[in-house]
Design a protein around this ligand. Structure first.
Ligand code: HEC
Ligand code: HEC
Ligand code: HEC
Ligand code: HEC
Ligand code: HEC
Length: 376
């Protein structure tokens, strides 16, 4: 009996202290390692200095009423259910959006303020996508032979897999958190303005392409779906191919075409500053031309304002889903010129960074997303 009680005590403390992702790590090491670099592993105020800077100025901070948890740290279950207040714990620091948080999304409830994720209540039951197995359910079972001397397992040796959830095929599973967000004034602070058009790409095909490395230890595969989502890294190389840059020469100068193949507005987050930098290499010299900014400014009473106060759009020159934007330059090109195009962004608009007291150089420097040299 004593042994049994000790076991219960031990098991109890263990489940409390064990992080959800620790189990997944054992069998999915490649995906686990990649995930550490994603913003889904760093979306709390303890890991994302930009999110922290905005939270620090937010009026709800005075009551420590961290409503951002719904999307930024949903895996901190005690915080979400109101049992505890925001505190620097292991979940906040290592798995604010855990593996299960995504893999248990059953459906998305649409709301005007912000959508909501509905998770399955089944234990160890995960959704995934696989075109060949679409619709199937892999139920983990162990078969015992010869009175238990031999065991064979099928499926994953830890959990069931359901390949039948359409949201994991069309990218809708991302939309509980990413679609849009309104503030208390019923004003949309951030909206991806998705337009599918004729594009066959989805959130998953562009952001989670197959990359080298096995998906599980027990099931060797050459590739797995990329789990390192971030534009905070210096080289977002996986995404550059979806922005096509070209130029058309005319007698008064030239036009730069920026073709956006993404099915959402580029850089919809209101803190970002998206820019096109153009220069000409002529006879060994670099001639810089005007820098074009694409920006959305939200505000109140005609002046820029923080997201929780804003009730109007003051300016919106962001490049929309599937749009080709043209920028005109009145410098006449000569034979032998090389036009250098750099399309990229500042994570935080340097002006906003000043107001928020963000001094981190990584947040304000210009990051190139796509660049091109065109010889005339
Ligand atoms: C004991 C090993 C083990 C553990 C622990 C484990 N998995 Fe798995 N998992 C597997 C194996 C093996 C497969 C491949 C099964 C198959 O294809 O038949 C798999 C498949 C999957 C798939 C579907 C892959 C596909 O084909 O689309 C997902 C999603 C998944 N695991 C998520 C998780 C998550 C999340 C955790 C942690 C909560 C976890 N797994 C823990 C072994 C494990
Ligand atoms: C409906 C879900 C949702 C809620 C609620 C939410 N956010 Fe976010 N937030 C997101 C998503 C999704 C992103 C990533 C958007 C992107 O990169 O385009 C994000 C990004 C951000 C960023 C940019 C971070 C960076 O590193 O550039 C800031 C700042 C931010 N949120 C602040 C907040 C604050 C403060 C709150 C609470 C008062 C909050 N958010 C509530 C979904 C949400
Ligand atoms: C549980 C909510 C949630 C779900 C589900 C979710 N995300 Fe996110 N995602 C976030 C939040 C919050 C951030 C911003 C973290 C930050 O910057 O602090 C983010 C960040 C990102 C970023 C990086 C943006 C940046 O600023 O670096 C990308 C890309 C992204 N998500 C894509 C996706 C895709 C694709 C899916 C679906 C496969 C998805 N997300 C599902 C909440 C979510
Ligand atoms: C055709 C490819 C493509 C598709 C489809 C696509 N994206 Fe993107 N996504 C991009 C590119 C390119 C960028 C980099 C530009 C940017 O940051 O806006 C990006 C950036 C992002 C960012 C970071 C935005 C920021 O400024 O912080 C998030 C978040 C994101 N995508 C989520 C999604 C979600 C959710 C979907 C599905 C509705 C989706 N993407 C579909 C190509 C795509
Ligand atoms: C932002 C949401 C999100 C998070 C967080 C997330 N996944 Fe996934 N995962 C997905 C989606 C969506 C797919 C389906 C990809 C596809 O169809 O190619 C997927 C696919 C997988 C697969 C199958 C890979 C393949 O190539 O088919 C495994 C295994 C997996 N995830 C495990 C994990 C583990 C382990 C973690 C945590 C370390 C994790 N996931 C975190 C959304 C997520």
């Amino acid at each position: 009996m004593l042994k049994f009680i000790l076991f219960l005590l031990f098991a109890g403390t263990q489940t409390y202290a064990t992080l959800e992702n620790t189990t997944c790590k054992r069998c999915h090491p490649a995906i686990f390692a990649e995930y550490q670099h994603s913003m889904h592993a760093k979306s709390s105020i303890f890991k994302d200095p930009v999110h922290k800077a905005v939270w620090d100025k937010h009026p709800d901070k005075l009551q420590n009423n961290y409503k951002c948890a719904k999307c930024h740290t949903p895996s901190d279950h005690h915080l979400l259910s109101g049992k505890s207040k925001l505190a620097k714990n292991e979940i906040q620091q290592t798995e604010p959006i855990s593996c299960q948080q995504c893999h248990k999304i059953e459906s998305i409830e649409k709301h005007t303020k912000a959508n909501k994720n509905i998770l399955t209540k089944k234990e160890k039951y995960f959704y995934s996508a696989n075109k060949e197995l679409k619709g199937q359910k892999i139920i983990f079972k162990e078969t015992h032979h010869l009175f238990g001397l031999f065991t064979t397992a099928s499926g994953s040796p830890y959990h069931d897999i359901d390949y039948g959830n359409e949201n994991f095929y069309n990218g809708n599973m991302c939309m509980g958190c990413h679609s849009h967000k309104q503030n208390g004034n019923a004003f949309s602070v951030c909206d991806m303005e998705i337009k599918q058009g004729k594009s066959k790409e989805t959130c998953i095909s562009c952001h989670m392409p197959q990359v080298k490395g096995s998906l599980a230890n027990q099931k060797q595969s050459n590739t797995h779906a990329f789990h390192g989502h971030s534009i905070h890294n210096d080289t977002p190389t996986r995404l550059s191919r979806y922005i096509e840059l070209s130029i058309d020469k005319n007698k008064n100068g030239f036009v730069v075409n920026i073709q956006n193949k993404a099915i959402h507005t580029l850089f919809p987050q209101p803190l970002r500053l998206n820019q096109l930098k153009v220069s000409i290499e002529r006879e060994g010299k670099i001639i810089p031309l005007k820098t074009q900014s694409f920006i959305k400014i939200i505000g109140k009473d005609g002046k820029p304002a923080m997201p929780w106060l804003a009730n109007e759009v003051l300016k919106d020159t962001l490049i929309k889903a599937l749009e080709t934007r043209q920028v005109t330059y009145d410098t006449v090109l000569r034979q032998g010129d090389i036009v250098i195009l750099e399309f990229g962004y500042h994570l935080v608009n340097p002006k906003a960074a000043k107001k928020l007291g963000i001094t981190d150089e990584g947040a304000t420097k210009f990051i190139v997303l796509t660049k091109k040299r065109v010889k005339i």
